[in-house]
Write a protein of this length. Structure first.
Length: 145
């Protein structure tokens, strides 16, 4: 059984958070299935002035098709939503996605992200995706099943 839990958060420098999907019940050392880093492009978590950014999301290749990416991205979005509820600011999340990584594109699209219309390739391979403040995805967090 794995779950997403806070793996890195320094309250003195609240610019970055990391969540990890870890199995602590394994008979050997804990197994790391994947991780997601969230940051802000301006301000800090307690003083949000910019937008939230999914800086990095990855899962172990051998756990493909296990929906670990969905668990991690959902957890990251919930953290952004909770922070917005507490401190205000924009409820907008962006991510740069490598156009060659079809799995990542599908993951972000499943969670309501859309490609920015103005977005050209950044560094020759990244496309900017965003989850806007008026996305229905946020309704799932306001009214959980």
């Amino acid at each position: 059984m794995f779950n997403a839990a806070t793996a890195l958060f320094n309250p003195d420098n609240q610019d970055l958070r990391m969540y990890a999907a870890v199995d602590y019940d394994s008979e050997e050392d804990p197994i790391l299935y994947g991780a997601v880093w969230i940051g802000m492009n301006e301000g800090r978590w307690v003083e949000p002035r910019g937008v939230y950014q999914i800086c990095y999301i990855a899962r172990a290749i051998k756990y493909r098709e296990c929906r670990i990416g969905d668990l991690l991205l959902g957890h990251a979005l919930y953290a952004c939503w909770m922070n917005h509820q507490r401190f205000g600011g924009l409820l907008r999340v962006t991510a740069l996605v490598d156009y060659r990584n079809e799995s990542s594109i599908k993951l972000f699209e499943r969670h309501g992200f859309t490609r920015m219309e103005h977005a050209d390739y950044i560094d020759g391979r990244y496309l900017e995706y965003a989850l806007p403040e008026d996305s229905p995805e946020w309704e799932n967090m306001r009214n959980p099943v």
